[in-house]
Design a protein around this ligand. Structure first.
Ligand SMILES: Cc1ncc(COP(=O)(O)O)c(C=O)c1O
Length: 390
């Protein structure tokens, strides 16, 4: 299997961990849509026995993701939530405590509180952008720290290197959900994280065609526990979804570059618009953690959070009046998507927790797609006229 130097990201995305099909020469890994595999003799097989335990197309995706991240092959899951569940099953037991970023995908909070809470796992939301708050949060014995940087949806950043040091000093593992930037724009393991989490549903597959997830680590013991959970619970990625994800990854570095450039153009437009109260994008000079973004990320990414004057009703009017942008819950795809976090992705959080995390009822999340930026700006220009309607 060819391997490529770490700086050859585009080459690794297209070729990493992949070879033409040995049976036919097909340049793309075939979709091995099969449940089982015929064995040559009892105990003698080609490494695959049953698709819940392993599938050649899924294995190709796992190698490819590993090549991108610079790790052994990933463990690929049916969804991002399945990946997060496997992480918890592999690292936690009853009585253990988890520290979560206070700005984090709402489903992660729901998993920890409503699914794992009854099994005795405790979760604390901490402002991980504040190192002192992290240290205080870690004074109570903690097994696992889970952060997102940028955090969904406000884009608040966490200093991954500093939080990795604090977590390790307190005897906790650090997992970084890198869904919003992907290995193309941020390398959490190089900054000291123990595990990287992906919802491949987003930028990694990138075309609004699949749901999927992945975990990557360099720790062989942890990887073995994750693989055990993947098989024992039975939520691996499926072959067709793995194939679509592999196809998406081939353009990942290219797409992330364009998502970032488009988002910055749209963010600058929003910043200059009189109906807009505030805009967050890590590559804007006005972003409060601009220096950290420049140090930690290779580009700004494709997400924007903004608020218009006139509060929640004005924000909702803008979201209801877009035409090119789609009002939808996903992010990270070629189509520009606009989302109302308070009622959609972050409805799981308590209102006071949303308020503390800066997720106001009027906050608008924009996942900037790959359309012409002028077209996205025209659409937002038309929609913003309605901010002032009664
Ligand atoms: C940052 C982040 N992590 C994890 C998830 C969960 O992934 P999935 O929807 O693929 O289960 C999401 C979904 O929106 C997300 O935004």
């Amino acid at each position: 299997m060819p391997t490529f130097p770490a700086d050859r990201l585009a080459t690794r995305a297209i070729h990493g961990g992949l070879v033409p099909d040995p049976a036919t020469g097909a340049i793309l890994t075939p979709i091995h849509q099969t449940t089982t595999y015929v064995q040559e003799a009892v105990g003698r097989h080609k490494g695959f026995t049953y698709t819940r335990s392993g599938n050649p197309t899924v294995a190709a995706l796992e190698r490819n993701l590993g090549e991108l991240e610079g790790t052994p092959p990933a463990a690929a899951f049916a969804t991002g939530m399945a990946a997060l569940t496997a992480l918890c099953l592999a690292t936690l037991k009853s009585g253990d405590r988890v520290v979560l970023s206070d700005v984090i995908y709402g489903g992660t909070v729901r998993l920890l509180r409503q699914v794992l809470g009854p099994f005795g796992v405790r979760a604390a939301l901490v402002d991980t952008s504040d190192l002192e708050a992290v240290r205080r949060g870690l004074e109570t014995e903690t097994r696992l720290v889970v952060i997102e940087s940028p955090g969904n949806p406000t884009l608040k950043l966490t200093d991954i290197e500093a939080v990795a040091l604090a977590s390790h000093a307190a005897g906790a593992l650090l997992a970084v959900d890198n869904t919003l930037l992907t290995p193309a724009l941020q390398a959490p393991l190089a900054l000291g994280a123990d595990v990287v989490v992906y919802s491949t549903t987003k930028y990694i597959e990138g075309h609004n065609a699949t749901v999927g997830g992945a975990l990557l680590t360099r720790d062989p013991e942890l990887l073995a526990k994750i693989r055990f959970a993947q098989n024992a619970v039975g939520f691996p990625q499926a072959p067709f979804e793995a194939w679509l994800t592999l196809r998406g990854i081939k353009t990942l570095p290219l797409r992330m570059e364009r998502h970032s450039a488009n988002a910055l153009a749209v963010a600058r437009f929003l910043e200059s618009h009189p109906a807009v109260r505030r805009v967050a994008h890590p590559w804007l000079e006005s972003f409060s953690q601009y220096d950290l973004a420049r140090r930690q990320q290779r580009a700004g990414g494709g997400m924007i959070a903004f608020e218009v004057h006139g509060g929640t009703d004005a924000g909702i009017r803008v979201m209801n009046n877009v035409r090119l942008c789609a009002l939808a819950e996903n992010l990270g795809a070629v189509e520009t998507l606009i989302t109302h976090p308070a009622s959609m992705t972050h409805a799981e959080l308590r209102p006071e927790e949303r308020a503390r995390a800066g997720i106001s009822d009027g906050l608008i999340r924009l996942s900037v797609g790959l359309e012409d930026p002028e077209a996205i700006i025209e659409d937002l220009t038309d929609a913003l006229v309605h901010a002032g309607d009664d």
